[in-house]
Design a protein around this ligand. Structure first.
Ligand code: ADP
Ligand code: MG
Length: 432
């Protein structure tokens, strides 16, 4: 089948303060006619950025985007875009909102109206042409968004988490309706890219899964979902595909950090942004399940999104309380001991693990110790972390480290002076 989009060695970097942050690293991807591609990745991994690059809304720092073999120089003329939520104009009717998508095209008003009406028909809004957005439910408003994107009869439809702002039933209805249109070839579009953080959603709808991961993000998997439609979520083959993608997402990466400004020996190993209390909760839950559980089912039981759940799993793994293997999570003997311990004993175990396995925390302790009053303004540490992580990630890293340090009763934080200090009785044995 003809190649619609080819991405060649796409890199995307942003200036954050005086830092350059690489978001996408060497992305190579081909999308052909007939494909329904799903892109999966944690929040902040660069999925939206990648779609915007394909749409020609963002020019990549380096690399080439080919659309039907031609290098893209501006906005991609063959693309329709569906967002998580649409900015519909409240003073325009459904029909007028959909017609807006056609403003760029050289059409007579009559042609424009005809195409808009066709799109409205396709998305099931027949009879609502003259309604105003405020008269519509959330699901219907999202249908207007789909209509606006489809009205231009795009070669390629890009969808950025289009179902994630809807309630469960509405989302499921819209997914099914969309898939039916696609499978019955009723959509005026030749290929679809769906960005999502829902693994099940992807396996339900798409025929190929691309997983983005890491900092900077790169493609860690590109696999066919070759199950026949309609797919049944209870089918073992379906669950196996979900499990497989889950495994790819949770796989530890042997990453090379690409932040040239901070020399390697001075870099902090990042911690997953999760509170000690959340890790404790997971450990207790695993103990109740005899120490072992299927990760995907666990996330499902907790009604959590992968992206909320992953940091907790990574946290307990980092601290040596659990092991993840082949999609299963299992408590280690240390994790078991923690689960069975009293509150005070837990703090001891936690402290021991944190000091052994979180070098960033040890470094912070070292810095605090180097001060004669053993107090350190939070801002000082934040600035050091910002050099490596950029502002918002530095904040998250510090909050996490302080939370862990407080739980372990190693460091304290004075909310009034914004100072970090060492707990009076804490001594890690390395006096310096
Ligand atoms: P996702 O859609 O996977 O959640 P995004 O593509 O929105 O991720 O963002 C990826 C990363 O790029 C984030 O860390 C975000 O802060 C950063 N980013 C996106 N756009 C810009 C920008 N214009 N300037 C600086 N950083 C940006
Ligand atoms: Mg996004």
């Amino acid at each position: 089948m003809a190649e619609l989009i080819e991405l060649k060695h796409i890199y995307q970097r942003y200036e954050v303060g005086d830092q350059e942050v690489t978001v996408l690293e060497d992305i190579n991807l081909t999308v052909r006619e007939g494909e329904f591609l799903g892109i999966l990745g944690p929040s902040g991994s660069g999925k939206s950025t990648l779609l915007r690059i394909i749409a020609g809304l963002v020019k990549p720092t380096s690399g080439t985007v080919l659309y039907r073999g031609q290098a893209l120089t501006g906005v991609n003329p063959g693309v329709g875009f569906v967002f998580q939520t649409f900015a519909l104009f409240p003073w325009l009717t459904v029909l007028e909102n959909v017609e807006l998508g056609l403003k760029q095209k050289n059409l007579t008003p009559a042609e424009r109206r005809k195409k808009a009406l066709e799109a409205i028909d396709i998305v099931g809004l027949d009879g609502f042409e003259n309604a105003y957005p405020k008269e519509l439910s959330g699901g219907m408003r999202q249908r207007v968004g789909f209509g606006r994107a489809l009205a231009v009869e795009p070669d390629l439809l890009l969808m950025d988490e289009p179902f994630s702002a809807l309630d469960v039933l509405t989302a499921e209805n819209l997914r099914r309706d969309f898939l039916e249109l696609w499978l019955e070839k009723k959509l005026p579009t030749k290929a679809v890219i769906l960005v999502t953080h829902g693994i099940e959603e992807l396996v339900y709808m798409a025929d190929r899964a691309v997983v983005l991961s890491g900092h900077p993000a790169h493609v860690v998997a590109d696999v066919a979902i070759d199950l026949p439609h309609w797919r049944d979520r209870e089918d073992p083959a379906f669950m196996a595909r979900v499990d497989e993608l889950y495994r790819v997402l949770t796989r530890k990466e042997r990453e090379v950090e690409h932040r040239p400004v901070v020399p390697e020996e001075k870099r902090f190993t990042p911690v997953p942004p999760v509170r000690a209390g959340a890790m404790t909760g997971l450990i207790e839950m695993l103990e109740d399940m005899d120490g072992k559980a299927d990760l995907y089912r666990l996330a499902d039981d907790l009604v959590l999104d992968v992206e909320d759940f992953l940091p907790i799993v990574q946290g307990v793994e980092l601290l040596g309380f659990a092991r993840v293997e082949a999609g299963d999570i299992e408590l280690t003997p240390k994790g078991m001991a923690f689960a069975e311990a009293s509150v005070l004993e837990r703090k001891d175990i936690f402290r021991q693990q944190v000091l052994e396995r979180v070098p960033a925390l040890k470094r912070i302790i070292h810095v605090i110790k180097s001060k004669s009053n053993r107090r350190l303004p939070r801002e000082f540490l934040l600035e050091i972390l910002e050099r490596q992580f950029g502002a918002s990630e530095a904040q998250r890293q510090l909050e996490t480290l302080v939370d862990w340090g407080r739980y372990a009763e190693v460091i304290g934080y004075d909310e009034h002076t914004h100072n970090l200090f060492l707990e009076e009785f804490f001594d890690d044995g390395n006096e310096q």
